[in-house]
Write a protein that binds this ligand. Sequence first.
Ligand code: KIV
Ligand code: NA
Length: 277
Amino acid sequence: NKRITTHSFKKMKEDKEKITILTAYDYPTANILDDEGIDALLVGDSLGMVVLGYEDTTQVTIEDMIHHIKAVSRGAKRSMVIGDMPFVSYHISKEQSVINAGRLIQEGQAKAVKLEGGKEIVEDVKAIAKAGIPVMGHIGLTPQSVHQLGGYFIQGKTKEQSDQLLEDAKALEEAGAFAIVLECVTEEVAEMITNHLKIPTIGIGAGRKCDGQVLVTHDMIGFYHSKSPRFAKRYVDLHEQIRNGVHGYIKEVKENRFPQEEHVFKMNSQELDKLYG
Ligand code: KIV
Ligand code: NA
């Protein structure tokens, strides 16, 4: 039950053991995923959309991230906690990038950070890695650029895009990244990149050939009301289960069927006064 590190990532790629990652934004979820044996917990800036109700990820701040990374870190015993660097927290200068990455490690207790982008951010990746902070790359569909991209599109459908993605991936590897997320990349291009790199690729909507997979937990467990993309397989429908539970509670209270005898306290009972703990 050793802690997962960047070395474990490297070894899993070498051993052809798939790496499993899910997002987490709070303590109880981190506990469950960690107990079940997930390799890494990504505190993604998807936080903004699935937990905070923002329109897109550009509204997420470094304070939002630190607040949630802290909670997740307290629940992670074995898994590696990776914190997303939010919009414009690594675009101003190398110095700013190192300061902000450092905050996610020092204040948030993350073990690694993730940045979106390719060649244009290699200087930041180098500077952060030089400070001793493991960096995960993220290319393909990069949601922080949604306003520039004009929407969320599949990446790697043309030869030009394929060449660009490979160049970006290689540049990130050279800059010192320990792994790279490929988001919404065609299976052929994701496979080609995976074969070219020594560091593991982690796919989300990027087919079957990546070295690992990541999903947004709220999509995976159906705890997000919006329609999920096709690649996000739903393993549980929590939305439905929570609704059923809440429906039952409202109905029973209205009909005076909750609370019942077993839920109440009486003046002369022998029960200890302490509730729990
Ligand atoms: O924010 C996030 O959840 C992510 C994953 C989708 C890779 O960046
Ligand atoms: Na993200």
